[in-house]
Design a protein around this ligand. Structure first.
Ligand code: SF4
Ligand code: SF4
Length: 335
């Protein structure tokens, strides 16, 4: 028994050393572009606040946080692994994540729920476990209803409570948040943050009249295709038993409170921009800046004076070029 443990320890130690040597021996190290970034104007610390929520949420020490100094929080790009947990935790919606912005995820929700929303089961899945579990269900031919629609995020920790509420506001039949088993979380603690956040939401949605069973939190590993299919069958059964009329009645009852709770998300310029486009309302302020930027193919990382993607001429990663520095605009061919 002891020999096996020592062998395992040596093997795991060698693996860790091998991964570390890749970094230490490289003259240049490329990081994934899915990192988080802070909008300094929205961070409450820039107005003298004393918030350290993002700092406490990050398992990699990637957040620079100086509460009480008037300095907004910021992210060290080289340390950020892109789980998105700090993004969902920020109470001011001051943080976003390239390729997984609030605007992009809300736009997916609107597209997926454009038709017969009361029949749909929306599943937010993490990239590493549940997303692969769903693939496994497909490749293994485990049957489940065709009314499920997946939205992939890097970690369940990225699933903002606002996304769940927006799904119900748009009329969804049911919503699932599914991540890794807590001990297997690819980002150490993202799944635990999701659990705390989503557990809080259970009670809130129930008070608004959303039936239990229409909203679930689950853990599905990459090999648990059968479990994925079972969860989807169960959730679809709840939706079918309630029927479209029943789903609509519950959602409509919850609508005023959901709209109230979602007001802050609409203050994020790119979300406000998208919502106003959908609703045909005139754009204003920063939202108009977002549109101008998109028209010109400009983009800039908010809070950073120089664009992080200078070689890309029509980048759409952050969609927030309203704060784009003039020299960056020129570099990108703007006026
Ligand atoms: S959680 Fe948000 S408001 Fe709080 S310090 Fe971080 S960025 Fe600022
Ligand atoms: S919590 Fe995740 S997304 Fe946020 S800074 Fe840390 S690693 Fe990056």
């Amino acid at each position: 028994m002891r020999r096996r443990v020592i062998r395992q320890s040596v093997s795991q130690g060698s693996g860790a050393a091998g991964r570390a040597s890749r970094v230490l021996n490289a003259s240049k190290w490329e990081i994934d572009p899915i990192i988080a970034y802070v909008d300094p104007e929205r961070c409450i610390n820039s107005r003298g606040g004393k918030c350290d929520i993002c700092y406490r949420a990050c398992p990699y020490g990637a957040v620079i946080n100086l509460p009480g100094t008037g300095q907004p929080s910021s992210i060290i790009p080289a340390k950020c692994h892109g789980c998105g947990t700090c993004v969902a935790e920020c109470p001011q919606n001051a943080i976003s994540q390239h390729h997984f912005t609030d605007g992009q995820i809300v736009a997916q929700l609107h597209a997926l729920l454009a038709e017969k929303p009361e029949e749909k089961v929306i599943a937010f899945t993490c990239r590493w476990c549940s997303g692969m579990g769903a693939d496994n269900a497909g490749t293994s031919h485990f049957e489940y209803p065709a009314n499920t629609r997946n939205i992939l995020v890097m970690c369940a920790g990225r699933v903002d409570a606002d996304f769940v509420m927006e799904a119900f506001r748009l009329g969804a039949g049911a919503v699932l948040v599914s991540g890794c088993h807590p001990q297997d979380c690819h980002y150490i603690s993202g799944r635990n943050f999701a659990e705390t956040r989503i557990t809080r939401l259970f009670g809130q949605l129930e008070k608004l009249g959303i039936s239990p069973g229409r909203f679930r939190l689950e853990s599905v590993s990459a090999t648990e295709g059968a479990k994925w299919a079972r969860i989807m069958r169960e959730m679809s059964t709840v939706v079918q038993e309630l029927g479209p009329e029943g789903v609509r009645a519950e959602n409509e009852k919850a609508l005023p409170q959901l709209a109230k709770r979602l007001a802050r998300m609409r203050e994020v310029p790119e979300v406000g921009y998208f919502m106003r486009l959908v609703e045909g309302a005139p754009l204003k302020g920063a939202e108009a800046g977002v549109q101008q930027a998109r028209d010109k193919g400009l983009s800039q990382t908010v809070g950073v004076t120089e664009c992080q993607l200078p070689e890309v001429t029509a980048c759409d990663a952050c969609q927030l070029a309203a704060a784009c520095a003039p020299e960056t605009k020129q570099a990108k061919g703007g006026k």
